[in-house]
Structure formats: C-alpha cells, structure tokens
Design a protein around this ligand. Structure first.
Ligand code: GLN
Length: 312
C-alpha cells in the first residue's frame, strides 16, 4: 500500500516535461475573461500521502481558482446541511454525456431537475441549498469549510475572477432562470449565482488541493487530528460522482485511462485521490475538448499506468 516514493521522485521531472509538451494541443478557457490570462505552459503537481509524506513539482506555489472542483465540496456541505433526501429531490445522480455548461437535458427529466450536482446546472441548484441567512453567510460557510479541509483558515476569494465570471455568466444565468421556471430553484437567481460564482472563485494552490483530496481519501477524517470532518456516507456519494461525472463527458475515458476519483475545473486544476493512501492536487491551465487540463490528465495517466493506481 506504500507509495513508491523513490520511483515517483526520479520519474516525475521527465513525466512533467512530457505533459507540458502536449499543453499546446489544448486551450486556456476564455469564456471567463479573467481565466484567459493564465500561462498555458505552467504545470504544478502535489502529492500528499496519509502518513504525511509530500512531494511537489513545477509551479506549485501559484494559486488558482477552484472553479468546478468546489462543486464536490458544496455538494457535501449541502448534504451535511439538509440531508440526502432533500438534496436529491432537487438534483439527480446520473451522468449527462454533455459538456459541463450544457442546458440540453434540463427539459428532459421530470420534474426538470439537473442530471447531477457536478454539471453547472446541478451545482447552481446545490448552491441554493447551502444553509445561511444571507448570501454572505452562505459564502463564508463554504470558504470556511473548504479552508478547514485544506488545513487552515477560510479560503480567499479572487475578486477579479468573481467579477469577471459574474459579468460574463450569461449561460449560467439563463440556466438559473430556466431552473426557476421549472420550480427547482426557489431563491432568487442573482442570490444563488452570487454564492455559486463566489465558490468557483475561491483560491487554492496544489498543496491545499492535495490536502482536500487526502481528506476524501480518508473518508472524511482530518489527516492530522483524526477528527471527522465529513460523514463517511457523504464522502462516498461525492467520490462516486467524481468517478461517474468528475471529468464531465471525459469521465469514461478518464476512468479507463486513470481509474481514480477526480474532479476538474476550467482554470486547469484537478483534484484526484488514491483511496486510503494519498491526495493529489495539480494545475495546468491548457484544457482539452472536455474542459479538463490536458497536461494534468496526461500526467495522471502516466502515473496511474506506471504505478498501477487504477481502482478497476
Ligand atoms: N465557474 C465555472 C462556470 O460556471 C465552472 C465551470 C468549470 O470549472 N468547468 O462556468
């Protein structure tokens, strides 16, 4: 069960180089203008094991916004706030096979709920379920929860990205109106979107992402104190969604080639985990056609094949 640290250490620089080499085949997200400023060639990687051993490589100190990676955590917070039955009366459990921002299937299921909590429409619904008496309180609770999992205080908001996304978020706004019309969203569109855009714009580095992943790999226990941070059942739900929908419509291919629970975001971050063993945080802003870091997926594929990490 021990990770082969010496082999990982000696191979990593070369594998990082290979992964950087394919970054030009992808594209940095530009639909949120602020994200287009990221360096397509940068790549950061952090591996943290349950015994506290850590290894980082590349541009690891650079912070980036969590984007869709935050959706895994707002889902667990909503489950902790209002329970499984209420959450899944508002959002489904099935992959869509469509892109993360697709509206295509919103009309299809009765009673018009989004297919799953990791596509944008589903995550917007989840944001509306977070407990709090004001938008600010909801956002503060999310930032504190995520920060605790990352091993410290509340995560910081990247104001420019938040503003940029809020100003350009026409598609997300239209989904929220659609969901309101379907009777799925009960609070006001702008209130829900403020909470949603803000949790997408929380800043992390690869080390923080790896620690959050490690908590999930330990089924919700804090790796340092052993405290239970999340009920095991909710972590199990989150990890299952990560396998079936975490990489959007690239989830099937990722399950075959990498075989680990993972979640990507459009800023190029990926959180992945080896159950019971380790957490991984990485970032490479150039994205493949599914919106997943092209270098990041390549690097995980190499590591998984080299060390037989696949769960399947
Ligand atoms: N904030 C982004 C959006 O709503 C999240 C999408 C993503 O990371 N794939 O478009």
């Amino acid at each position: 069960n021990e990770l082969n640290w010496s082999a990982i250490k000696s191979g990593l620089p070369g594998w990082m180089e290979d992964a950087r080499g394919i970054a030009p085949l992808g594209k940095v997200a530009s639909y949120i203008p602020e994200l287009s400023k990221a360096d397509p060639q940068s790549l950061g990687f952090h591996l943290l094991s349950s015994d506290g051993t850590a290894l980082s490589a590349g541009d690891c100190g650079r912070r980036f916004t969590m984007q869709s990676i935050s959706k895994v955590f707002t889902l667990m917070l909503a489950l902790m706030d209002i329970g499984e039955e209420r959450v899944f009366s508002k959002v489904g459990m099935e992959p869509t096979g469509d892109s993360f921002n697709s509206m295509l299937k919103l009309e299809l299921v009765q009673p018009g709920i989004p297919f799953n909590p990791l596509i944008n429409a589903g995550a917007i619904v989840v944001s509306s379920l977070i407990a709090g008496s004001s938008n600010e309180e909801k956002s503060d609770r999310i930032a504190a929860f995520l920060g605790r999992l990352a091993g410290g205080g509340p995560l910081e908001l990247d104001e420019p990205t938040y503003r940029s996304e809020s100003q350009s978020g026409h598609l997300n706004r239209s989904m929220a109106y659609f969901l309101t019309d379907n009777g799925v969203l009960e609070s006001g569109v702008e209130d829900v979107l403020e909470v949603y855009f803000k949790h997408c714009s929380l800043l992390v580095d690869c080390g923080q992402l790896a620690r959050m992943a490690l908590v999930l790999s330990l089924d919700g226990l804090d790796p340092d104190s052993g405290d239970r941070l999340i009920p095991r059942r909710y972590v199990q739900i989150a990890k299952t969604f990560m396998v079936t929908c975490g990489m959007y419509n690239g989830s099937g291919e990722f399950a075959i080639d990498v075989g680990l629970p993972a979640k990507s975001g459009v800023s190029g971050g990926i959180l992945a985990l080896l159950p019971g063993r380790a957490g991984i945080g990485l970032v490479g802003p150039s994205l493949n056609r599914h919106g997943n870091s092209i270098a990041g997926v390549h690097l995980l594929e190499t590591l998984s094949k080299e060390f037989d990490w696949s769960l399947f």
